[in-house]
Design a protein around this ligand. Structure first.
Ligand code: BYC
Length: 322
């Protein structure tokens, strides 16, 4: 293993690694790193990449039915952005030695996790607004601190992703605002979508801190900067004034600011639902995976053609060099 190109034994490597983390600087791909740090990053970054790719489906479902040409162009661009995020993130995981083929195989075999949120259906146009507002909103809250993750390629990928997510969040908010200024039927459709997505969006931040096995170590390594519950609280604080502007009700009768505890008091989150979704038994898990498998099989010819083209290019440049 190396640190800036020099061969290091494990003891010196660990000391150099600890010093970089302590000084809040960045670990780069060729630096020495503990195996567990590498594994944690591959786990989190690949899950994140899979989430972006699977996350194209709930919105992709509405591209052909968006209510105007302008809405269609915006939605198409947003879904393409998610594909781009997946690609930056797969590339970041590849710098840690994971191959794209391995990661893809784990996803289509159903062995890899991806965000629970993408296992819910999108029956109405209001779901497009709500995904932007709540899902991209939660994503920003979770991902802005990841721009400072200690692993360089991950942090840098997150900077661009967060800029795009901010646009996504605003376009979702604008869809909901338009619906809320519309007919009674449109207002009901928007409120119904908020009712369906609110709790799953809170679950995106992961299990409560005392049931989050990875948080303490990931925070010590400065991959995560805030705990799951801290970010969930921050997200609720963001939503409350925005919900008031929209005129929608957050579907939690217990929600109130607790002045003494300096935190949002909420009803209990249904963690059984979260665990069911993670176990593959959410409303759309089977459909999402089957679509991903079909797309992989149907895209085989593209991968073969690209590999063949690369092989011919390599042969041609060898011929030129000879
Ligand atoms: N869904 O110890 P914990 C997007 C798993 S894409 C599924 O707290 P950690 C977008 C967790 O992986 C948004 N699994 O873990 C795209 C762990 O399992 P393993 C995706 C979850 O890693 C398209 C176990 O539960 N965002 O924005 O410290 C359109 C215990 O949890 C979930 C990211 O991926 C969940 N919600 O913290 C629109 C952000 N929560 O691996 C929008 C990057 C937890 O031990 N990831 N699990 O078997 C992270 O920040 C962290 O990985 C998490 C979890 C906060 C999610």
């Amino acid at each position: 293993m190396t640190q800036h190109g020099t061969v290091m034994d494990d003891e010196a490597g660990q000391a150099a690694f600890d010093a970089v983390i302590e000084a809040d600087q960045r670990i780069e791909p060729r630096d020495w790193m503990p195996e567990a740090y590498r594994r944690t990053l591959v786990r989190q970054i690949s899950q994140h990449a899979h989430s972006e790719i699977i996350g194209m489906q709930p919105e992709g479902n509405w591209i052909t039915r968006a209510p105007s040409l302008k809405r269609k162009a915006i939605l198409l661009a947003k879904v393409q952005d998610e594909a781009g995020h997946g690609l930056y993130l797969y590339s970041a995981a590849q710098t840690l030695g994971a191959t794209r083929d391995e990661m893809t195989q784990q996803l289509i075999d159903g062995k890899a996790k991806y965000s629970s949120i993408f296992n819910y259906p999108t029956p109405t146009w209001a779901d497009m607004g709500t995904i932007g507002w709540l899902v991209d909103g939660a994503a920003i809250c979770n991902q802005v601190p990841l721009c400072r993750a200690s692993y360089g390629p991950y942090g840098r990928a997150m900077v661009r992703i967060c800029k795009e997510e901010s646009f996504h969040q605003r376009q979702g908010f604008e869809i909901l605002l338009t619906l809320m200024q519309g007919t009674e039927e449109q207002q009901k459709m928007a409120q119904d979508a908020v009712n369906r997505w609110y709790w799953p969006a809170l679950m995106m931040f992961g299990p409560p801190d005392d049931e989050s096995p990875n948080s303490a170590q990931s925070m010590a390594w400065k991959i995560k900067r805030f705990s799951n519950d801290e970010l969930r609280q921050r997200f609720i604080g963001m939503l409350v004034p925005q919900a008031a502007i929209l005129g929608v009700t957050l579907p939690d009768p217990e929600l109130r600011w607790d002045e003494d505890g300096q935190r949002w008091h909420t009803s209990e989150i249904d963690w059984t639902e979260f665990h069911e979704v993670l176990a593959g038994r959410g409303p759309m898990n089977a459909v999402r995976l089957q679509n991903r498998r079909d797309a992989h099989e149907e895209g085989a010819w593209v991968r073969e053609a690209a590999a063949e083209y690369a092989r011919k290019q390599a042969l041609a440049s060898e011929g030129m060099a000879a």
